[in-house]
Design a protein around this ligand. Structure first.
Ligand code: RP5
Length: 165
């Protein structure tokens, strides 16, 4: 297996059904990634170690999903200057609004790129990570461009269908 370029971290295994979408999206683009569980509040030491070890192994981008008072992405961003992309998850009674605010409202100085709540956010986090990596990888940039072309073709197909063609 190739060395992961992206580490996907989630706060709990209950986040896996959503964060799996990020891993699947990266797989379609041939971007090697790994999935990990670590909690900012339940396992702070493990979280710190996980980031240091990932950076040491050459991981370039972190995708971080967490729900409720979602501080995991911010805590990971505090431990590294590699890009951190946050995915707010909707597992709590506030349906992800809490996680969205926690992820997107980082005070100035420690950036987290916040995506949308839930599966759309997980998918876009993967695409955004790939876009960062593609800055130095023309073949990956071409795979991303092909993905856009396919989306455009998909709209044409839907248009044909609704017009009855
Ligand atoms: C967050 O609390 C996790 O990211 C998860 O979304 C949420 C609930 O975790 P569990 O109680 O299911 O472990 O830290």
């Amino acid at each position: 297996m190739s060395t992961p370029l992206v580490t996907i971290v989630m706060g709990s295994d209950s986040d896996l059904p959503v964060m799996q979408v990020a891993a699947e999206t990266l797989a379609t683009l041939d971007v090697p990634c790994e999935l990990r569980v670590s909690s900012a509040h339940r396992s702070p030491e493990k979280t710190r170690r996980l980031v240091a070890e990932a950076v040491e192994r050459g991981v370039r981008v972190f995708i971080v999903g967490a729900g409720a008072a979602a501080h995991l992405a911010g805590v990971i961003a505090a431990e590294t200057t590699r890009p951190v992309i946050g995915v707010p998850l909707d597992g709590s009674p506030l349906k992800g609004i809490d996680a969205l605010y926690s992820t997107v409202m980082m005070p100035g100085g420690i950036p987290v790129a916040s995506m949308a709540i839930g599966k759309a956010g997980a998918k876009n986090a993967a695409l955004f990570a790939a876009e960062i990596l593609a800055l130095h990888d023309p073949a990956l940039a071409e795979r991303l461009a092909e993905d856009r072309r396919q989306q455009t073709a998909g709209v044409e197909e839907k248009d044909r269908k609704v017009r009855g063609g």
